[in-house]
Design a protein around this ligand. Structure first.
Ligand SMILES: [Zn+2]
Length: 152
């Protein structure tokens, strides 16, 4: 094909699809639907992962699917955060009021998950503060079941 034969169109393409998240995340999302947090524990170094992992990131040990699950609480510690004025949407970004995106280590785990902090004034946010999950009223077994974190 020569260069003259190439037709270029600019625009947006919408692609809707479903994908399977795997057996470990499947169990995690099943629990989210019931407003519960589970993690899994490495049999070698005892680190606990939220979300669960098949292979330990620290010692490379495979964590069996059938065991090593740990029930955790919906409380945690804010490890880090950022404040943004931008809301990211499907079509780009637009300026909104400040929102705080936090990295939260669920109590009893060794990893952190990233969610919005709700009802926290940017002037009051501090790393190390205790936070608690705010669940959506209707859960569907997906990341959005967690609305965000509020001060504990
Ligand atoms: Zn390990």
């Amino acid at each position: 094909m020569t260069e003259q034969n190439v037709v270029t169109n600019k625009g947006m393409v919408r692609a809707e699809f479903n994908f399977w998240v795997g057996k470990y995340m499947d169990k995690f999302y099943d629990n989210l639907e019931n407003k519960k947090i589970v993690g899994n524990k490495c049999p070698k170094c005892s680190d606990v992962f939220v979300p669960p992992r098949q292979v330990c990131g620290k010692c490379n040990e495979t964590i069996p699917l059938e065991q090593n699950w740990v029930d955790l609480t919906d409380t945690g510690t804010l490890k880090n955060y950022t404040i943004t004025k931008w809301k990211i949407t499907e079509r780009g970004s637009r300026k909104v009021k400040d929102s705080i995106i936090g990295m939260v280590q669920i109590d009893g785990s060794n990893t952190a998950i990233i969610y919005k902090l709700l009802d926290v004034d940017p002037a009051d946010v501090k790393t190390g503060m205790k936070v608690k999950i705010e669940w959506n009223d209707k859960t569907k077994g997906e990341p959005g079941d967690i609305k965000g974190f509020v001060k504990a």
